[in-house]
Ligand binder design. Structure first.
Ligand SMILES: NC(=O)c1ccc[n+]([C@@H]2O[C@H](COP(=O)([O-])OP(=O)(O)OC[C@H]3O[C@@H](n4cnc5c(N)ncnc54)[C@H](O)[C@@H]3O)[C@@H](O)[C@H]2O)c1
Length: 245
């Protein structure tokens, strides 16, 4: 990404964890980056710390479950950043509960934050990307989309739906030069793990540890950039080998 053709990227859930690492990596690669989250104080601090390093990063409040907020965010980005080329649908939550103990409100919340948000995001950015002659979308799934694990049923279902949405969007958007892929990280060291039982799902990773967020970011940068020009509709596992077993 060069100065003349500076790309603009929106990273949801970018206040902390993997989203913050992806925002930094995209900005280092030359993009203007908007990080969006509901954790305003944390998000403002993250954006300020990255701007301090000379990176073009700013924070925007966005609840990814709210269609009206998506429309306002895209308007804001088009007005202030000149357009939008990349969306990283990264915001997510986890609940670890066996199916028989899962109540409907918890199920609905997981599907809303992890899955419906991906649909809303893609719908919201589509017209903006059309104006730029194309774009890239990276949806964050999980190895949980590929494997079964006790007490992860609702989370797994929400992430498996992300793979399905990614495939449909890739087919529907290909004629408009918008590529849509997903990534499936294994265990990553982020605050999300505080909500998981000790070890989470990654204790059996052949590499013997969880990833650091910045080990996932190069894959996001690749999928966001022209380097991945022939990739669409695919899911990219990045999991320390955990799904090989
Ligand atoms: N940590 C892991 O082991 C792991 C593994 C595979 C996939 N993932 C996925 O990676 C993504 C990033 O998670 P993380 O590990 O960085 O965890 P995290 O909890 O640190 O980050 C998630 C971010 O999403 C934000 N968010 C939650 N609800 C939101 C909403 N309604 N609107 C806007 N933002 C919202 C949170 O405030 C937070 O900043 C998630 O989609 C998660 O499911 C995580």
């Amino acid at each position: 990404m060069t100065e003349q053709t500076q790309k603009v990227a929106l990273v949801t859930g970018g206040a902390r964890g993997q989203g913050a690492a992806h925002a930094e990596a995209l900005a280092v690669a030359g993009a203007r980056v908007v990080i969006a989250d509901v954790l305003d104080e944390v998000g403002e601090k993250t954006a300020a710390a990255l701007a301090e390093k000379g990176l073009a990063v700013r924070y925007l409040h966005l609840d990814v479950t709210d269609p009206g907020a998506w429309a306002a965010a895209v308007d804001d980005i088009e007005e202030h950043d000149g357009g939008l080329d990349t969306l990283v649908n990264n915001a997510g939550i986890i609940r670890v509960t066996t199916l028989n103990n899962l109540d409907l409100a918890e199920w609905n919340l997981l599907q809303k934050v992890n899955t419906t948000s991906v649909l809303l995001g893609m719908q919201a950015v589509f017209p903006a990307m059309l104006k730029r002659g194309g774009g890239t979308i990276v949806n964050v799934a999980s190895t949980a989309a590929h494997r079964g694990a006790e007490a992860y049923g609702a989370y797994s279902a929400s992430k498996a739906a992300v793979l399905a949405l990614t495939r449909a969007a890739a087919l529907e958007y290909a004629p408009d030069n918008i590529r849509v892929n997903s990534i499936s990280p294994g265990g990553v060291e982020t605050p999300m793990n505080n909500d998981e039982p000790q070890g989470g799902t990654s204790s059996s990773a052949p590499l013997g540890r969880r990833a650091r967020p910045e080990e996932i970011s190069p894959l996001v940068v690749y999928l966001a950039s022209d380097a991945s020009s022939y990739a669409t509709g695919a899911d990219f596992l990045i999991d320390g080998g955990v799904t090989v077993r």
